[in-house]
Write a protein that binds this ligand. Structure first.
Ligand code: HEM
Ligand code: HEM
Length: 187
């Protein structure tokens, strides 16, 4: 009788579903953030993009917190045999840096908006108070963090997708750890 494998080869179903939902949302947020600030946009279009960006950003913040809470009690499957400790360590560091940058982007966006005294429609509709005092200097600091951290996030995403493509081409099983977005973990 064959022994059942002790470790799944894939990330848990919820890890994979959250990975792809957040990935699609973040990849949309970056260009929306840039376009909504561009000159010559019709006012209603700009307002709509701002509403999508602010509320989408808060949704990302909540999903990342959920993701981290879930991830804390759901370890990643072991790296495929044959992967060097250096490569495994680099992947782990890049993943934690991605989580950290998502938090930095979402929190600095929230602070920029709230300290500036602007609405976040979804939270206002729920009657949630703002957690940040009204302060122009705080709003400016958060704005600068938001505007600069986007380069780090975009750069790291490019690296991450590049590494994923390399694994896909090599067929070494790493891409299949996070794919498909839905379905059981499998063995
Ligand atoms: C904005 C976009 C993205 C973000 C923020 C992101 C973030 C992450 C994070 C944090 C992990 C680690 C999961 C964990 O162990 O907790 C991960 C895993 C992974 N991601 Fe992404 N990802 C993004 C887009 C993509 C895209 C577009 C691809 C493929 C084309 C991809 C491929 C992978 C793969 C293959 C893994 C599994 C790596 C492993 O288990 O060692 N990701 N991603
Ligand atoms: C992962 C989440 C987020 C990403 C990737 C993102 C990305 C961006 C980008 C690329 C820009 C353009 C920056 C520039 O050209 O200077 C931007 C601007 C902006 N974002 Fe975000 N953002 C996120 C979350 C949020 C959140 C949660 C809020 C508010 C609740 C927000 C509010 C804003 C505002 C108000 C601006 C305009 C800043 C200004 O006054 O110049 N963002 N964002």
């Amino acid at each position: 009788m064959t022994q059942p494998p002790t470790h799944p080869l894939r990330h848990a179903a919820l890890t994979r579903a959250l990975h792809w939902i957040v990935a699609v949302m973040v990849i949309a947020m970056l260009p929306v953030g840039v376009v909504m600030l561009s000159d010559g946009l019709a006012r209603p279009t700009q307002d709509l993009l701002f509403i999508l960006h602010k509320n989408g950003g808060v949704a990302i913040l909540l999903l990342v917190i959920l993701r981290l809470a879930w991830r804390a009690r759901t370890p990643a499957p072991p790296m495929p045999a044959g992967m060097s400790p250096l490569q495994a360590g680099a992947a782990r560091a890049a993943h934690w840096a991605l989580y950290a940058l998502l938090l930095v982007m979402a929190i600095s966006g929230y602070v920029r908006v709230r300290a500036g005294g602007f609405p976040i429609e979804m939270l206002d509709a729920l009657g949630l108070p703002t957690f940040v005092p009204r302060s122009e200097s705080l709003a400016e600091i958060a704005k600068a963090i938001h505007a600069n951290a986007r380069f780090a996030l975009a750069g790291l995403i490019l690296l991450h997708v590049g590494a994923a493509m390399m694994h896909l081409v090599r067929r070494d099983g790493v891409f299949g750890r996070i794919w498909p977005p839905l379905g059981k973990s499998g063995q």
